[in-house]
Design a protein around this ligand. Sequence first.
Ligand SMILES: *Cc1c(COP(=O)(O)O)cnc(C)c1O
Length: 430
Amino acid sequence: MHYFSTNRVSPHVSFRDAVLNGQPDDKGLYFPSDIPRLEADFVDRLPDMANEQIAFDVIRPYVAGEIPDGTLFEICSETVNFDFPLVPITDRISTLELFHGPTLAFKDVGARFMSRCLRHFSQDNKEKTIVIVATSGDTGGAVAAGFHGVEGIEVVILYPKGKVSKVQELQLTTLGGNVTTLELHGNFDDCQALAKHALADSELQSKVHLTSANSINVARWLPQQFYYFFGLKQSQGEPPVISVPSGNFGNLASGILAHISGLPVKKFIAACNANDVVTRFLETQNYEPHESVATLSNAMDVGAPSNFVRILEIFGNKFVDLKEKLESVSISDEVTAQTMREVYKETGYILDPHGAVGYRALADHLKTEPNSRGFFLETAHPVKFDSVREIIGTFGATPPSVEELYLKQKVSTEMDNDYGALREVLLSKI
Ligand SMILES: *Cc1c(COP(=O)(O)O)cnc(C)c1O
C-alpha cells in the first residue's frame, strides 16, 4: 500500500509521509494505491465483533505495517471508545448518532485517530510539532480535544470572534494545557487565510515544525469508515440506503470507500444544503464550484468541496458508475427548519440542522422506494447549534459533558487579523 496524489504529479508516499505531509505539493489529495477487500464473512461477523476490533481490521491494510499492530489496536480502541447507536425514528428511518464523543460531533473520530498517529510518528522528534487549525466551529473543537494532552504537540486554534455557538466556543476555549486559542477579529475565511499563510511561511517552518490537521489528511479521512460498519452491525435486513449530510464530502467519501471494501449499501445520498455544487454536478455533469452561502447547517457551507475528487477517484472518474450509487439533493433552510419541527412534533426526536438535512433527503428518497429502509448520519448534537432552540424551542436534555463545560472558564487571546501577531504566538511555542 502506498498513497498517490489525485493530481498525479507529486511522488507516491508511505502512510507515514501522507500523514505528516497532509497534502501533496501538487495540491491534489492523497489516495490509497489499492482499496482493500474485506474477507467474505466479515460483514456476517460484525454483530459479534467489538467496535475496536472492527476499526482495527478496517484500517490495518491502510497503515501497511507502519504502526506496529499492538499500538495500532490501542489507537483504534482509544479512537472509538464511545457509543455509536443506531436509533429508530420511524419504521423505515433510523439515525446513526455520531455525537457521543468528547466534542459531540463525528469529527471526533478522525481527530482522535489522527492525533494518535501523529504522536506515534513524531515520538522520536526532538522538537515540538505545532498543529494549527482554523475553525468555523466544529472542526477546531474536535481537533483540539483530539490533541489535548498529547505529548510533544502544541495546538493553536483560530476562530472568528462572535461567529461560533456558545457550546462550540466553550469547547474551543476551556481545554488549556497544550491548546492555545486565538479569537480573531475577522471571519472564518480570515482565520483560514492566516493559517495558510503560516503553513506557507518557509522561514517560520525552518524554526518550528508546523502542520495542519486539515480534514483532507488521510489519518482523518480513512477512520471515518469505522462507523459505517458500526451502523451496519446494528441494522437488519436488506442493505440500507445511507444519507450523509455533506459539506466537504470527506465523510461521504469514506462511506463509499467502506462500500467498495465490502460493506453492503443499497445507495448513498449526499444530503446538502443550499451549497449545491455536487447536486448540480450529478444533474448536469458540470462541476462548477462557487462561493459558499450561509445556511442553518453551517458546517456544510462549502462552495468547493475538497474531498469530492476522492469520490471521483473511487469510481475511476466514471460518471455512470458514480450516478448509479450516489444521489444528491439540496435542502433549503426553510425545509430544514420545517423538518426539525415536524420530526420533533411527530416523534419527539430532536434533530440538529445537519441531521435534519440528512433526514429530509432520506425520507424523500424512501417515498420512491416503498420497500427500502435506511439511516442517516446525525453528525452533531443539537445542543451545539443555537438555532435548534430558536426553531423547536428546546435542545432536549443537556449532555453531562456540556453541563461541565458551562462551569469552566473561557480562556482565549483576542487577535487582530494580522499575520505578524500570529507568527509571534507560533514562535513563542517552541
Ligand atoms: C464537518 C461537518 C459536516 C460535513 O462533513 P464533510 O465530511 O465535510 O462532508 C456535517 N455535519 C457536521 C455537524 C459537521 O461538523
